[in-house]
Design a protein around this ligand. Sequence first.
Ligand code: HEM
Ligand code: HEM
Length: 302
Amino acid sequence: MNEIVLDRVFETGNFRTRLFGTAETRQSSTFYGYTLTLIAIGLGWLLRGYELIDPKDGLGYWLGIIGGSMMLILILYPLRKRIRALRFLGRTAHWFQIHIVLGVLGPVLVLYHSNFSLGSFNSQVALYCMLAVAVSGVIGKYLYAHIHNGLYGGKASLKDLRDNLAESLENSHGLATLLPRFTSKLEALAAEAQGCSITGKLSMRVSLSWSLRKYAIWISLSRAAHRELQAHAVASPAVARDFDKLKKATSTYIRNFVQLTTRVAQFTLFERLSSLWHVLHMPLFLMMVISALLHVLAVHMY
Ligand code: HEM
Ligand code: HEM
């Protein structure tokens, strides 16, 4: 029986990979990208005293032009997304990738262009606006990832996530046989995370409170499963023999389950935050465009 139980529980690993991608694909490029960016900024900051770069001249001037142009090109992403006539430019997902790379690289080159100094008032305004848009972009990406299937996938719907949760519970039949009390706890939590069964909505209050309770839920589920498994191990030599394997499989299932229920429960919260972010991001972006144009005009006029 234990083999069957384990097979079924381990199946959830594939399910998780299908839903979230592997940890490596999700995190490696982002992690290395941000690390390299921070190193580049740190290095430029440390070297600023040597005045190797002059914004008025040569490399420094060109870095301003190249960085500024990158920020112009990245606008093709929202344009491609909104304007059907621009379909010839290729997939939106690719443009989103380009948007993020240029959105980080462009500001870094402009920081080098300014040699990490603020200069005149118009330069300062352009710099602060640019930094605000780039930081806002990073925050937007974090919110975006919560309501999309992976960063470059389509928008997830609450219904899809709920279906995935139902599938996950079904895959846990092995656990249901072995740990019935623990499984009923899982089912109660899944029902809570799914919100109102009639309206299909989850209130902001529940969404928010789930975010705060996520780790407490994780710990309490792990404890409940461990206790029940230990009780079985005392009664059954077969369970006692496979205790470690079963414990590991149960922990894996709990981790996947908590991640999935959290995604379902937080969907409302992140959808709201994401629409709020869009409202704030656009004016910041427009301010950046205007201030950068004024900066370019000013530095050539005076
Ligand atoms: C968003 C884009 C840009 C930002 C945020 C920005 C920012 C800055 C900053 C902070 C400085 C002051 C550096 C200092 O005085 O030490 C500066 C200087 C300068 N920038 Fe930019 N820049 C941008 C784009 C450009 C572009 C595209 C050009 C050229 C076409 C340009 C040309 C210059 C020049 C000539 C100076 C020297 C001004 C002076 O010393 O009087 N900048 N920039
Ligand atoms: C100075 C650099 C940047 C500029 C000028 C810029 C500009 C924009 C603009 C105009 C939009 C469209 C907003 C809308 O549709 O309401 C946008 C969306 C977005 N940007 Fe950026 N961005 C920059 C940097 C970044 C960075 C560094 C990231 C991530 C690391 C990023 C992530 C995003 C995300 C996630 C969206 C929303 C995508 C969507 O809902 O389809 N941006 N950005």
